[in-house]
Design a protein around this ligand. Structure first.
Ligand code: SF4
Length: 301
């Protein structure tokens, strides 16, 4: 069996920045209560690492960021890499909280584009419903209209001077038909496609894979960019594309009779988890003996 470690893979700069900011906040403020407004990045292992150090992670998919903010009495609130609306920042300040902003600079670029355009037009924002990044961006103005598929585009009201943009972690394949549907309805619309570079180059690396029998995408099912890597593997003809949290989820069935196996990971996946998967599969490739892996790993940033 040939084992391919796909590059690029794993952590992007936005995730590294959010993790470093959180570490620094903990170190600099030993006596303050620190809360995260959602998962700092979409990986439960990273969140668990920080909650063990006393950070409170407020995460409830049924609640908006504003509702979660109501649960914080005092101390520091960390805005996650996915960003938040202006209203969230304003309310946090009104409550007297210290705000640490870990919003990814790429998300901020989209916010700047949207803020500028809503002064004299409407924005169609292509994104996932209930995703933190989409919530933050559509929360900037009621002139920002969320669409997640082509059907949503048909249901939009009449809009003026339209700009089309999107969530940074969407699939480069899925976005095309949605932009096309928007352009059919609003032919004069301007398109500013904002899939971030980290997402794009990780997806393109999967699309370039040839003659691969199985693809392992290491990451968390909360992570949109991780899910998209798996979906792109399938769209690229790799029927056996698996999203796994770590080596312990690999079964013998997934490896059996495979000649070429590729491994990648989402941009919020800790490197140790991906390296463990690579080593584990390399070991199987050299011995052809399957041994179920246990869930032991140590995260250190
Ligand atoms: S995936 Fe893109 S938008 Fe998200 S944190 Fe990384 S660089 Fe930023």
């Amino acid at each position: 069996m040939e084992v391919i470690s796909v590059t690029p893979r794993g952590y992007c700069l936005g995730v590294i920045r959010a993790i470093e900011l959180t570490k620094k906040t903990i170190q600099d403020n030993p006596n303050q209560r620190i809360s995260m407004l959602g998962m700092i990045v979409h990986n439960q292992n990273v969140v668990d690492y920080f909650t063990k150090q006393g950070v409170i992670c407020l995460d409830d998919t049924n609640k908006t960021r504003l509702e979660l903010l109501d649960e914080i009495e005092d101390g520091i609130v960390i805005i996650t890499a996915h960003g938040a609306s202006d209203e969230v920042f304003k309310r946090a300040q009104e409550k007297g909280l210290i705000v640490v902003d870990a919003t990814c600079p790429d998300v901020k670029i989209t916010h700047t584009i949207v803020r500028k355009h809503i002064k004299d037009g409407d924005v169609i924002y292509i994104g996932k419903k209930n995703h933190a990044e989409a919530e933050g961006t559509i929360g900037l103005s009621n002139r920002v209209h969320l669409v997640s598929n082509t059907e949503d585009v048909l249901n939009l009201p009449n809009l003026e001077n339209v700009l089309i943009t999107n969530q940074t972690t969407l699939s480069i394949l899925d976005i095309k038909p949605i932009i096309e549907a928007c352009k059919n309805r609003f032919p004069d619309a301007i398109v500013t496609e904002e899939i971030c570079n980290a997402t794009r180059i990780r997806q393109e690396a999967i699309m370039k894979l040839e003659n691969v029998d199985a693809l392992f995408v290491v990451g968390d099912s909360h992570s949109n960019n991780t899910n998209q890597l798996c979906a792109i593997g399938k769209a690229n003809g790799i029927k056996d594309s698996y999203l796994i949290e770590g080596k312990w989820q690999i079964t013998e069935e997934m490896l059996k009779d495979k000649n070429r196996v590729a491994i990648t990971s989402g941009s919020s996946t800790p490197t140790v988890l991906t390296n463990d998967v690579i080593e584990y599969i390399q070991e199987y490739a050299s011995t052809s003996i399957y041994q179920k892996a246990d869930k032991s790993f140590s995260l250190d940033f």
